[in-house]
Design a protein around this ligand. Structure first.
Ligand SMILES: [Cu+2]
Length: 118
């Protein structure tokens, strides 16, 4: 009887663990958009994630074409959204690096670029 119950529950347990594992915060979208070109240097970058973030352990850095930091150093988190202010950094390829801790206590990170000018 006990054994039959375990066999019956196994697929359910598998489904539950799989769902939890795929629930990390990953980048959903960004503004400026990933890989896109914008006419002038943006005043800020905003990222949206697939899960709510823990503000104290989530950060963004942004570098311009010369590799100089152009972000204010202080990201603002609101739910699943994180923004950071930028100073003007000229034309060229900007790189956005993000590192987040989601409310499920998992950390994830990534980076993408966007183009400014011409
Ligand atoms: Cu997770």
């Amino acid at each position: 009887m006990k054994r039959n119950l375990l066999i019956a529950l196994a697929p359910l347990l598998f489904l539950l663990t799989t769902a939890a594992a795929s629930a990390h915060a990953t980048l959903d979208r960004a503004e400026p958009r990933v890989g896109n070109k914008v006419a002038s240097p943006p005043h800020e970058v905003t990222l949206w994630f697939t899960q709510k973030l823990e503000p104290s352990f989530s950060s963004i850095t942004v570098t311009n074409a010369a590799g100089e930091r152009v972000d204010s150093g202080k990201a603002r988190v609101n739910g699943n959204q994180m923004s950071i202010s930028l100073r003007p950094g000229g034309a060229g390829t900007y790189r956005v690096n993000w590192h987040v801790l989601s409310v499920d206590t998992h950390t994830t990170n990534g980076s993408f670029t966007f183009q400014v000018g011409q």
